[in-house]
Design a protein around this ligand. Sequence first.
Ligand SMILES: [Zn+2]
Length: 184
Amino acid sequence: MVGIRARVLVADVMTRDLVTLSETATAKEVATAMSGKAVGSVVITKDGHPSGIITEKDLVERVIARGRDPESTLAREIMSSPVSVIDPRADAMEAARKMAKLGIRRLVVVDKGMMVGIVTSRDILSTAPELMEVLADAAKNRIMPSKRGESLAGFCDMCEEWSESLEEVNGHFLCEVCRNETEP
Ligand SMILES: [Zn+2]
């Protein structure tokens, strides 16, 4: 039975314990939420949509190492943005490829506009070790992530509307409507 294997879906490997906080939460609140819920990252939201993500590493590098005050530093100042999303019905392989392409290690899982979980490269590896090679590329790409041609989710820099198909145009993240408007 060569070439036949069970499909591993994002829903099978994702973590459902999603911790979310608003952009105006403080770095201290982010850290408290992480330790209280025993999670390694928090999804930052704006108007109910994921607008960024903060990991333990971000707290160390962007707050502690820079000597910033955790009680006055806001989530929106230290989050990585925009976020990249994936459908729970997508193949875990597709999630791994997307992470590799973007040079990131986690994707927010969105089902019909609702955040339902988070999937990390570690989640994928523990369930589908054969994807190791795809994910190894992610580590290499981290140095120079190429976001061109890859859709991200977030708020459009121009119209400020939520979009799941943001693309980078000259350093700005634009939705499909604004991209078409700026075309010569
Ligand atoms: Zn727009």
